[in-house]
Write a protein that binds this ligand. Structure first.
Ligand SMILES: [Zn+2]
Length: 167
């Protein structure tokens, strides 16, 4: 296959640089609306409580809460407080941080886990961290309890729970 040079007018290096340089300073401020269900969920976390939503169509207690049931295709019905205890559904032990940076050799591994919360339906829970536990002793089915930040430090975020510990 021969290499054919197509006719045209090539750009000089200066012209090429000029053509791809974009000097924009866009305003990237934004807001995010957390909606009715997650808004209430976050507000309750600040108070040290976990709230879910029930659906009387399928009799599920959904956590995190949602205003619409994806199984019944109908609005959910009631708010329901659930416990801050639960069971480890799945977990992993990792030396990689949330931002994909590697943990230092002196830092303990992280143990992200899905915790099925007592009072919510089977399979409903929170993705969070486990703490105060030897990574080698974590088991699926292990009972855990939330360790909350002190009330004055809570902000209405999932990190108002520091981690879940064996219970
Ligand atoms: Zn339903």
């Amino acid at each position: 296959m021969s290499k054919e040079i197509l006719p045209g007018t090539p750009l000089s290096s200066e012209e090429f640089e000029k053509s791809i340089t974009i000097e924009e300073h866009p305003n990237l401020e934004y807001s995010w609306d957390d909606g009715i269900a997650i808004g209430r969920y976050l507000k309750e976390l600040k108070e040290g409580r976990i709230i879910a939503r029930t659906c009387c169509g399928c009799n599920r207690t959904m956590l995190p809460p949602r205003m619409f049931c994806e199984l019944c295709y109908r609005p959910t019905d009631e708010w329901a407080f659930v416990e801050d205890t639960g069971v480890v559904n799945t977990f992993c032990v990792t030396r990689v941080n949330w931002d994909a940076s590697r943990r230092g050799p002196d830092e303990p591994p992280l143990i992200p886990a899905v915790v099925e919360i007592d009072g919510a339906s089977k399979g409903m829970g929170i993705l969070h961290l486990l703490g105060e536990v030897d990574p080698k002793k974590v088991k699926i089915g292990m009972r855990v309890k939330a360790v909350w930040k002190p009330k004055a430090q809570r902000e209405g975020k999932i990190t108002d729970i520091k981690y879940f510990k064996p219970y």
